[in-house]
Design a protein around this ligand. Structure first.
Ligand SMILES: N[C@@H](CCC(=O)N[C@@H](CS)C(=O)NCC(=O)O)C(=O)O
Length: 199
């Protein structure tokens, strides 16, 4: 199976971490992802020209990190997302929270780096930064029982935090968030996390 990805994407990293956790081999194919200039290889597989996009061995395609991660996990027997019950919804809610932080962070980057300077909208950026701060506070409140489990929600949190630090979207997202700092330190000892650092 081929994963269309970039080494800088927090969403593609979710899939890469999940693949290592589940012991699934993916052929990683780097593609460019500027919203203003779709990569033709990516556009041919995904009408939205977004990564991650997974091309399965039979040629069929899955896209959006949530769909790809859930499919990989279902194939492996629900190791990272419970098949049903409260644990499933807790995991998926944490994934939505972490992905929402990453979405806001990617929007901040597009606004502050790629949008022409005279068209930038500070209130928009401030609004996205507000979502990131509130999201981080919620993750901190959530980060109980550090190191006891590592499911798709935790993986999503690692990838969102990694992106904030990698792109320096907010200064020191772990400051005054001790549980989140302990969670990330513990996650970094996992090969899946260490091997997929954004670059
Ligand atoms: N909800 C999507 C978000 C994917 C996403 O935003 N990917 C970005 C890169 S980090 C992208 O492909 N951007 C290119 C574009 O928007 O055209 C997911 O979870 O896969």
């Amino acid at each position: 199976m081929k994963l269309l990805y970039s080494t800088t994407s927090p969403f593609a990293r979710k899939v890469r971490v999940v693949a290592v956790e589940l012991g699934v081999q993916l052929e990683e194919v780097p593609v460019a992802t500027l919203p203003t200039k779709p990569d033709p290889i990516l556009a041919a597989q995904n009408p939205l020209s977004k990564i991650p996009t997974l091309v399965r061995d039979d040629g069929s395609v899955l896209y959006d990190s949530r769909v790809i991660c859930e499919w990989l996990d279902a194939e492996a027997g629900n190791k990272l997302v419970a098949a049903s019950g409260p644990a499933r919804w807790d995991t998926l809610r944490r994934q939505a929270l972490a992905d929402g932080i990453a979405d806001a962070a990617v929007l901040v980057r597009y606004e502050t780096v790629f949008r022409p300077e005279d068209k930038r909208w500070d209130d928009w950026t401030r609004g996205q930064l507000g979502k990131i701060k509130a999201g981080l506070d919620a993750l901190e409140a959530d980060a109980k029982n550090v190191g006891q489990s590592f499911d798709l929600g935790h993986i999503s949190a690692v990838c969102a935090l990694g992106y904030l630090e990698f792109r320096n979207i907010v200064s020191d997202p772990l400051k005054n968030r001790p549980r989140l700092a302990a969670f990330l330190a513990s996650a970094l000892s996992r090969p899946s996390v260490a091997r997929t650092m954004l670059a």
